[in-house]
Design a protein around this ligand. Structure first.
Ligand SMILES: Cc1cc2nc3c(=O)[nH]c(=O)nc-3n(C[C@H](O)[C@H](O)[C@H](O)COP(=O)(O)OP(=O)(O)OC[C@H]3O[C@@H](n4cnc5c(N)ncnc54)[C@H](O)[C@@H]3O)c2cc1C
Length: 260
């Protein structure tokens, strides 16, 4: 390895950030807001919507590090001097049950600065059309992207197709509703219930090509797909066969739900 290569790619450093607030937007979830002191603003608050933080902790005597996407757009994080992530509990998991039940205001967590290639680093406009398809906790980076796009392009329109088990545990749904109220007529949210639906709505099962054709058939300038591997890969394949430009189909896989 040349000296130039090693010095031009600095290794990200762990920092300790203090938990400013913890809330539980739906059962089995936690929203955690971390204070970013002025001295770390350059490391933590210059990020693109869609990126994630890596959190590290010792849980039950075992050191574990996992990724959690930032849910707030950069302009709001900078105004607040804080970053927010949201975790859904994966029963039996090493870190998420501790994040959801064990983290309290005032404690400090080890965190790496934002990273990741699922990023909204350019908003073309005016009047950009964006469609997001998210499964379960895959809504988290989409929340930041939606907030950023609606802020950066005052004529943008965003549709979010959110696949979830049922309304009681649908992380991000309430945050999307609030965001929609800030930007009347510009954010459309289409929930898809896989196991339990509110009265008057139907259970649709997993999102497949037929459902996508119904719910997300509009042409979009940019597509934002996030969640389990099967949903992300299936949606991307479907879009590419319909002629979508691969450079404008942004994907983030949270975990593999396909047999290996
Ligand atoms: C880039 C990136 C961003 C992420 N952002 C978020 C986020 O914002 N919020 C969030 O809640 N999670 C997010 N995740 C998932 C998160 O990093 C962890 O994988 C998840 O919290 C499980 O960690 P754990 O230590 O509890 O479970 P582990 O002990 O690592 O895993 C237990 C098992 O559960 C599976 N698994 C992992 N995630 C899920 C899931 N969501 N649902 C069902 N099974 C799962 C794993 O494949 C494994 O088999 C993200 C993942 C990536 C790669």
């Amino acid at each position: 390895m040349s000296l130039l290569t090693s010095s031009s790619a600095p290794h990200p450093r762990w920092h300790r950030l203090t938990v400013r607030a913890v809330s539980h937007p739906v059962p089995g979830s936690a929203e955690i807001t971390l204070d970013v002191p002025d001295g770390l603003a350059a490391d933590f608050l210059r990020y693109d919507a869609g990126q994630y933080l890596t959190l590290r902790a010792v849980v039950d005597g075992q050191r574990v590090a996992q990724s959690y996407s930032i849910t707030v757009p950069p302009h709001e994080a900078r105004a607040a001097g804080a970053l927010t992530v949201a975790a859904s509990e994966v029963p039996g998991g090493r870190m998420s049950p501790w994040l959801v039940h064990g983290v309290a205001t005032g404690e400090s967590l080890e965190v790496l600065p934002p990273m990741g290639d699922f990023r909204c680093d350019r908003v073309d406009g005016p009047g950009g059309r964006h469609v997001a398809v998210a499964g379960g906790s895959g809504i988290t980076p989409v929340l930041a992207v939606v907030g950023h796009v609606l802020h950066a392009d005052p004529d943008a329109h965003v549709r979010v197709v959110l696949s979830h088990r049922g309304p009681d545990t649908a992380l991000g749904l309430e945050a999307l509703r609030r965001r929609g109220e800030e930007h009347p007529g510009r954010l459309e949210v289409v929930p898809v219930w896989s196991r339990a639906a509110p009265q008057g709505e139907r259970v649709m099962g997993r999102l497949d090509a037929a459902a996508l054709a119904d719910l997300a058939a509009d042409d979009a300038d940019d597509w934002w797909l996030c969640g389990p591997d099967g949903l992300v890969r299936g949606t991307r394949d479907w879009l590419l066969t319909r002629g979508a430009d691969a450079d404008h189909v942004h994907t983030e896989v949270f975990f593999s739900d396909e047999p290996m």
